[in-house]
Design a protein around this ligand. Structure first.
Ligand SMILES: C[S@@+](CC[C@H](N)C(=O)[O-])C[C@H]1O[C@@H](n2cnc3c(N)ncnc32)[C@H](O)[C@@H]1O
Length: 294
C-alpha cells in the first residue's frame, strides 16, 4: 500500500496524484488532471468517513487509507472513471448519482443552465423537455434554476431512467418531474417552452478510437449512425412538433458540429459560445425549425 497513518492528507493527495499521473489515464470525466482527481478521491472518502472538517495536515485512519488505495488501483488498472467508482458526478454545481447505466455528466450546457439560459430564452420556460436525459442532469439542473417549471426527462434506456429517478429524489424535484421512456419523440406528448438535448453524436470510427475510460460508459449513450449525425438530425426534423410558438431547441452535437454545418450550410444555427470551454451546441427557435427543411 502506498499510504500509512503517519502521512498527512496533503502527502496522501500528492502520492495519489503521482500514481494517477504515471498510469496512462485519460482525464475528462469530471476533472482534467491527476491532481484534481486525487483531491476529489481523497476528500470524498474522508468526508464519507464522517470527518467534521478537512485540512491539509490531518492524518487518516487505516480504513479510509485502504478505501483510497482500493479505488486508486481500480482507477489506474481498469481505467474506470472516478465518477463511477464514487457513484458521484458534479454538474452545474449539483451532485448527481451515477453508475455505468448512464454517461458521466460533462456537457457544457451546465454553463448555460447556471446563467439561466441568459440571452437564449426570452422568458422563464414553464415546460422543459430533456430529451436523451441519461442521469437527468440537464433537465434536473434546469428545474433547479426555474422553480416554476415542470420537466419531462426522456430516454430510450429504462436503466438510465432509473438513475434519473434517483437523482430527481435526491434533488427533491419529484413533484415537478416526469420520467418518460421514449425512442426520441415517439412517446412524448404535448409541447414545451424549451427542449434541451445532449443526444448520442459519436460516429463508429471515432468511438473505436476513444480512450478506454469511454468504454465503461453505455455505447447507446454515445453512438449514432451516419458519422454521429443520424440522431441529431432526427431531433432537428421533429422538434418543431413538440415546441410552443415561442419555444427554443438547444441541441448538443459536440465535435460533429462542423459536419452538421456542412450538410446544412444555409441553416440558421446559432452556435453558442462558452467561457469555460466547450463547443457544438446550437440553438434554434420554433419558427426557424418550422421553416427550415432538415
Ligand atoms: C450523450 S448521453 C446524454 C445523457 C445526459 N443528457 C447528459 O448530458 O449526461 C445520451 C443519452 O441518450 C439516450 N438515447 C440513445 N438513443 C436514444 C433514443 N433513440 N431515444 C432516446 N434516448 C436515447 C442514451 O440512453 C443516453 O442516456
Amino acid at each position: 500500500m502506498l499510504f500509512n497513518t503517519h502521512q498527512t492528507l496533503k502527502q496522501i493527495v500528492t502520492l495519489a496524484s503521482k500514481e494517477l499521473e504515471q498510469a496512462d489515464l485519460f482525464f475528462g470525466h469530471g476533472t482534467d488532471n491527476p491532481w484534481d482527481e486525487a483531491c476529489w478521491l481523497v476528500e470524498t472518502l474522508v468526508q464519507r468517513s464522517g470527518a467534521k472538517q478537512i485540512d491539509a495536515e490531518m492524518k487518516l485512519d487505516e480504513v479510509v487509507l485502504e478505501q483510497i488505495q482500493s479505488l486508486l488501483s481500480k482507477r489506474s488498472n481498469e481505467k474506470i472513471p472516478l465518477a463511477y467508482l464514487l457513484n458521484e458526478a458534479w454538474f452545474a454545481d449539483l451532485p448527481f448519482y451515477v453508475d455505468e447505466k448512464v454517461i458521466i455528466p460533462r456537457s457544457p450546457i451546465a454553463e448555460l443552465i447556471k446563467n439561466c439560459f441568459k440571452s437564449i430564452v426570452k422568458q422563464e420556460p414553464k415546460t422543459i423537455l430533456d430529451l436523451c436525459c441519461g442521469s437527468g442532469c440537464i433537465g434536473l439542473a434546469s428545474a433547479m434554476v426555474f422553480p416554476e417549471s415542470t420537466v419531462v426527462l426522456a430516454d430510450l434506456s429504462v436503466e438510465a431512467l432509473q438513475v434519473a429517478a434517483i437523482n430527481s429524489e435526491k434533488l427533491e424535484l419529484r413533484s415537478r418531474v416526469t420520467l418518460q421512456p421514449s425512442d426520441l419523440f415517439t412517446d412524448i406528448e404535448g409541447c414545451f417552452d424549451l427542449i434541451v438535448s445532449n443526444p448520442p453524436y459519436v460516429g463508429e470510427h471515432e468511438y473505436l478510437n476513444l480512450p478506454d475510460e469511454y468504454k465503461h460508459e453505455p455505447a447507446l449513450a454515445l453512438l449514432s449512425e451516419h458519422n454521429g449525425l443520424a440522431i441529431p438530425i432526427e431531433i432537428l426534423r421533429q422538434a418543431a412538433n413538440y415546441l410552443n410558438e415561442d419555444g427554443i431547441l438547444l441541441l448538443e452535437v459536440g465535435n460533429s458540429w462542423q459536419a452538421l454545418a456542412d450538410i446544412y450550410p444555409d441553416a440558421p444555427f446559432l452556435w453558442l459560445e462558452f467561457e469555460n470551454g466547450g463547443e457544438g451546441i446550437l440553438a434554434l427557435s420554433y419558427m426557424q425549425l418550422r421553416h427550415y427543411k432538415f
